[in-house]
Design a protein around this ligand. Structure first.
Ligand SMILES: Nc1nc2c(ncn2[C@@H]2O[C@H](COP(=O)(O)OP(=O)(O)OP(=O)(O)O)[C@@H](O)[C@H]2O)c(=O)[nH]1
Ligand SMILES: [Mg+2]
Length: 478
């Protein structure tokens, strides 16, 4: 398989070389190759009941993840494209237990939840061909067991116990109120950077005073998301306001003509009378109780209150309105941007780490080590080293100017941007600025504060002296 993206192509060539060393290295190359050629893996994390599973369903386009007001998700589940619909329950001991499960069934668990690392779930889905989605139990100090499952799969499992790790390339962090200190602390332990971690302000349809309040909750949430993005800029790239509920309803085919007709019948009813109707035990002549419950479950208060006019135009119109209001389009765009640009660098980092690991344990260590070094030196993978330095600096000194400088280099799409100048700056100005930055770095290298900073300075000096033109990777085949 060939790929136009230079990062993919370079790694692919490297893995072919690894396979050519012979013996069991062909099998290793194959197993590492699956990391390279599978769709980006996005993990959804956040507080208990923040709406994670609902959002996962919306993104998959099918109601596969259990969502409920009372029941909590209790296993980490990896949703990926594949036929037939099936699952494998992976124990914390690394053993896999295959189970059969229909497309709309819950996965039967052959182990007690504390013994489960995660569940691999396959189902045929076009959406999952582009993106593997990982649902996690909510973070909460009240449900220690579930919380542990998420932490184990996302943090502890990461480099040490590969069998128990979910290996995500990007993360979506969901919150419906200001994140707490312990949540921010959890995020800082995840192996992600603000470049591949996206914030979602969930339940936007009930934000603030909610649907019946004085302000439109969606507008209010959008404003708040801008503030949160500024506040959390050391953690997430952006904050997108979302109504997962409206997105789920409009993206999973749950909404029928019957629902639209029922809602359309309430058009023109004054708000107070509408509230009374939904609260009353004896309003069956207006709408039967079960229909009212269904409508609230599908649309939420906001959708019921504001979707009535549109509903009179039929289910397709109501569905389009829900999609538009839900904010899911904005989230998909942000996800695409972060997975195409930064998840691939993150993935390249994981592949090089696998090679490093292999070089410690394998008899052909010399050959593997020199292959890894050769790959790290390849121009297409120059940014992987910058990313690794950025990750280390985020852990040791997130406020340092070097950390900022690394981020500038990573996010730039032009040579001018890399040295912090506007993209259209003239070449002489770019050269002069690179020289100035080199001088500063050489000064700093005389008195650095940490090993991470030492390494970062070496990388930055290399970046400014032998710049390769930044490329915008194309998305993996889907
Ligand atoms: N109004 C409204 N309700 C939502 C939204 N998203 C989820 N809910 C409701 O909130 C409840 C919990 O949703 P889930 O998706 O199960 O939340 P979760 O984060 O997966 O919960 P845990 O897995 O238990 O941590 C359900 O009753 C959902 O219908 C939303 O955007 N708006
Ligand atoms: Mg859940």
């Amino acid at each position: 398989m060939t790929h136009p993206d230079p990062v993919h192509a370079t790694l692919d060539r490297g893995l072919h070389q690894l396979a050519a060393f012979g013996g069991d290295l062909a099998a290793h190359a194959n197993s590492i190759g699956t990391i390279l050629w599978s769709p980006p893996r996005v993990v959804v994390v956040g507080r208990l009941k923040a709406g994670k599973s609902t959002l996962v369903n919306a993104l998959i386009g099918a109601p596969v993840a259990e969502t409920a007001a009372l029941e909590a998700t209790n296993t980490v589940t990896v949703y990926q494209d594949g036929s037939p619909s099936r699952a494998e329950v992976v124990g914390v001991d690394g053993r896999r237990h295959p189970v059969t499960v229909g497309p709309h069934q819950q996965v039967p668990l052959p182990l007690a939840t504390p013994d489960i690392a995660y569940v691999d779930r396959w189902l045929p889905s076009a959406a999952l061909r582009r993106l593997t989605l990982i649902d996690t139990p909510g973070l909460s100090t009240l449900t220690v067991a579930n919380d542990t499952a998420t932490r184990r799969a996302t943090i502890d499992g990461f480099e040490q116990t590969r069998s128990a790790s979910i290996d995500a390339d990007a993360a979506v962090f969901l919150f419906d109120a200001a994140p707490r200190i312990d949540e921010i602390e959890f995020l800082s332990q995840l192996p992600f950077t603000p470049l591949n971690m996206l914030g979602v302000l969930s339940r936007a349809d009930s934000f603030g005073e909610g649907a019946l309040g004085r302000r439109d909750p969606l507008g209010h949430a959008a404003e708040h998301a801008v503030r949160m993005a500024r506040q959390l800029s050391a953690t997430v790239s952006t904050v997108v306001p979302i109504s997962g509920l409206m997105a789920q309803t409009s993206h999973t085919g749950m909404l029928t003509e019957h629902h639209a007709a029922a809602l359309g019948r309430l058009r023109g009813m004054p708000t107070l009378e509408l509230i009374r109707t939904f609260d009353a035990d004896d309003a069956d002549e207006v709408l039967p109780l079960e229909v009212r419950i269904q409508l609230l479950g599908l649309l939420g208060e906001y959708g019921v209150l504001n979707g009535r006019e549109i509903a009179a135009g039929g289910a397709a119109a109501l569905n389009a309105w829900l999609t538009d209001r839900s904010g899911i389009g904005g989230l998909m765009r942000a996800l695409d941007a972060s997975t195409t640009r930064f998840a691939i660098l993150h993935r390249a980092h994981r592949i090089l780490a696998r090679l490093d690991q292999l070089s410690f344990t394998h008899p052909a260590r010399e050959q593997i080590r020199s292959l890894a070094a050769q790959l790290r030196a390849a121009p297409a993978l120059q940014m992987v080293t910058v990313l690794e330095d950025y990750q280390r600096m985020l852990r040791t000194d997130p406020q340092a100017s070097i950390t900022d400088e690394l981020r500038t280099v990573l996010t730039a799409t032009t040579l001018a941007g890399r040295v912090g100048l506007p993209d259209d700056a003239p070449p002489q100005a770019v050269t002069a600025e690179a020289a100035r930055r080199l001088g500063m770095l050489q000064q700093r290298s005389l008195a650095t504060g940490s090993a991470a900073e030492d390494a970062a300075i070496v990388t930055l000096i290399r970046t400014y002296t032998a710049p390769t033109v930044p490329t915008t990777p194309t998305p993996p085949p889907g």
